[in-house]
Design a protein. Structure first.
Length: 304
């Protein structure tokens, strides 16, 4: 009798199979399109589990870690190949949620089938960074030369943070988002607020009211790097938007900045052998977002 591998393929799975004669083997590789990851002593384990039926798919990559998955250095993208060990397993009951990443796995779970194979692992990680200041990174000259390298990104205030990561693009200690860069939220910045009408929108203007005093220096009392809360005339708005108020308290530092870092990690397996079948390509899916793929980075630029 011909040996037949029956695989119920989900939308994320592409496979090419070959097999010899023998008994019928049936299993289901429909595990969804997300995976989890955890560090071992000297290795990384990526895995998927399901409870009905109780099964798992996992890959162990030696001398690798979760941190390596996110080690994006150049061009906001990481692509690398590794060798791994693939396991497809089924279990005697549905208590499989704690099988991985725990020092003591559940004692009542027994493996009823364990198919193991070496495989090639291709990791691709794409990093997206954004200051979430109401201006899309694509409109902040993130890549002026269009070469995919952001080391020449626009840095209006010269504080070392490019505008697409800078919550205060002009360095006036008033947040870009508070200076109405896109009043109607349509992605067209041509209607950005320009208080003094000088042709430079407030979010890029170091002297918003055009009174000759830098916005960041228009504070009173204690210098707290926030001109928004310095109001000399009740109901007239902050002094930095009132050209009739020119009191000066020189700024001594920039505000603390923060921006989001989001990693999209995808993995492709190649040449997985299960019994006599060969899966030439298996899309293992996307690293789930609750696996520490989203971070907030905080920095206070050097003052100049």
């Amino acid at each position: 009798m011909r040996k037949l591998l029956l695989v119920f393929i989900s939308v994320f799975f592409v496979g090419i199979f070959s097999c010899d004669d023998g008994d019928i083997i049936t299993f289901n590789l429909d595990f969804g399109d997300e995976f989890l990851a955890c560090n071992g002593v000297n290795n990384l384990v990526i895995y998927k589990i399901k409870e009905d039926p109780a099964e798992s798919m996992s890959v162990l990559i030696s001398n690798y870690s979760k941190e390596d998955l996110l080690n994006v250095v150049d061009n906001n993208e990481l692509v690398e190949s590794k060798s791994g060990t693939f396991n497809y397993r089924s279990y005697n009951n549905e208590s499989v949620s704690n099988l991985f990443c725990n020092d003591v796995p559940p004692s009542d779970v027994m493996i009823t089938r364990d198919e193991e194979s070496s495989c090639n692992v291709t990791v691709r990680t794409v990093l997206t960074e954004d200051d979430e200041d109401s201006i899309p990174a694509s409109l902040e000259n993130q890549d002026p030369n269009g070469d995919g390298i952001y080391d020449d990104a626009q840095d209006t205030d010269g504080d070392g943070l490019p505008d697409y990561l800078d919550i205060d693009d002009d360095g006036d200690n008033v947040l870009t988002d508070d200076e109405n860069p896109d009043p109607n939220g349509d992605g067209d910045l041509s209607d950005a607020q320009d208080t003094d009408g000088d042709g430079t929108p407030d979010y890029l203007d170091t002297d918003d009211d055009g009174d000759g005093t830098l916005t960041r220096d228009e504070e009173k009392g204690d210098q707290d790097q926030n001109p928004n809360n310095d109001i000399s005339i009740e109901g007239a708005g902050p002094d930095f938007l009132n050209k009739d108020i020119k009191d000066v308290l020189p700024a001594v530092g920039y505000r603390q900045h923060s921006f989001r870092k989001t990693y999209l990690v995808t993995i492709i397996l190649e040449n997985v052998k299960i019994n006599e079948a060969v899966i030439e390509s298996l899309d293992f899916g996307i690293l789930r977002s609750d696996s520490a793929t989203n971070f907030t980075e905080t920095i206070t630029p050097d003052f100049n």
